[in-house]
Design a protein around this ligand. Structure first.
Ligand code: SF4
Ligand code: SF4
Ligand code: FES
Length: 262
């Protein structure tokens, strides 16, 4: 185990992370090399503090895009762990390796041209899904705590609605696929299932159809022209002062007071 009180190495600071006064320094290992970084940083910020610059493997920094999948172990511990670098706090003795990309099975398909039932198409495009051995490694690896094994089981059973709902929070990091002994690309198969669910299983959204027709009929042209003719400052003011839906409003229930522009 590295000595936490070791003198800090003179290193560049990637995103100019400024540690709080008196922050304790901890030793972490990035691609096998030891660095002293302030505690409390996320893995992403710790890597930048150590002088690395992200050109891949970083996107939203908010746990949404899935670009920063990361594996790590602690010194002296056999267990391989995983997380998102932008969401996981660096801890002493972490040995870190990011996995910004993992080659997945991404077959070419067009939802419009599907011949068989969605389940038959799934079998054709992703036959490996049906070879799942039920080991559960994918569920233990997922940084979003999704029960990946379960959505794969739902796919096998033909419950594509269940699989689509269960996999909804997937951020496409690919960590599950990187550890699957059956070589399944769970996340791309789940994306296919969610697309099929949206296109062929869910009933058509009437309000969406109506809105598309309104747009096509030119209902908003005048409004758009007015906006285009406004000064930038006025557009900003309008944006800031607009009536906003409250965060916890019941879905489908909220309406602005001024409905003339809907
Ligand atoms: S299901 Fe797989 S790809 Fe999706 S978030 Fe979990 S580990 Fe990442
Ligand atoms: S890691 Fe692969 S084989 Fe194991 S449960 Fe998940 S999908 Fe099935
Ligand atoms: S950078 Fe987008 S999830 Fe981490």
């Amino acid at each position: 185990m590295a000595d936490d009180n070791k003198k800090q190495k003179p290193l560049a600071t990637g995103d100019r992370t400024i540690p709080p006064a008196g922050a304790k320094m901890i030793a972490i290992y990035i691609m096998g090399r030891e660095y002293m970084v302030p505690e409390t940083l996320t893995i992403m910020k710790a890597i930048e503090y150590a002088g690395y610059q992200y050109v891949r493997g970083c996107g939203c920094r908010g746990g949404i895009c899935g670009a920063c999948g990361t594996f790590y172990r602690f010194t002296g511990d056999y267990k391989l762990r995983s997380g998102l670098a932008c969401q996981t706090v660096a801890e002493p003795g972490m040995i870190i390796m990011q996995l910004p990309f993992f080659p997945a099975n991404r077959p070419d398909y067009k939802l419009e041209n599907m011949q068989g039932t969605p389940h038959e198409e799934l079998r054709k495009l992703y036959p490996e899904v049906f070879k799942c051995v039920g080991c559960g490694t994918c569920s233990r690896t997922c940084p979003m705590d999704i029960d990946v094994m379960d959505y794969i089981a739902l796919m096998k059973r033909g419950d594509l609605k269940g699989a689509a709902i269960k996999s909804f929070d997937c951020v496409m990091c690919g960590l599950c696929a990187s550890r699957c002994p059956a070589q399944i690309s769970q996340f791309t198969a789940a994306m296919f299932v969610r697309r099929v669910y949206g296109k062929h299983i869910l009933p058509k959204a009437e309000h969406l159809k109506k809105r598309v027709e309104e747009i096509k009929s030119g209902k908003y042209e005048k409004l758009l022209k007015e906006l285009e003719g406004m000064k930038q400052e006025d557009v900003k003011k309008l944006y800031v002062e607009r009536e906003r839906e409250p965060d916890l409003a019941e879905p489908g229930k909220w309406m602005p007071k001024d409905t003339s522009k809907l």
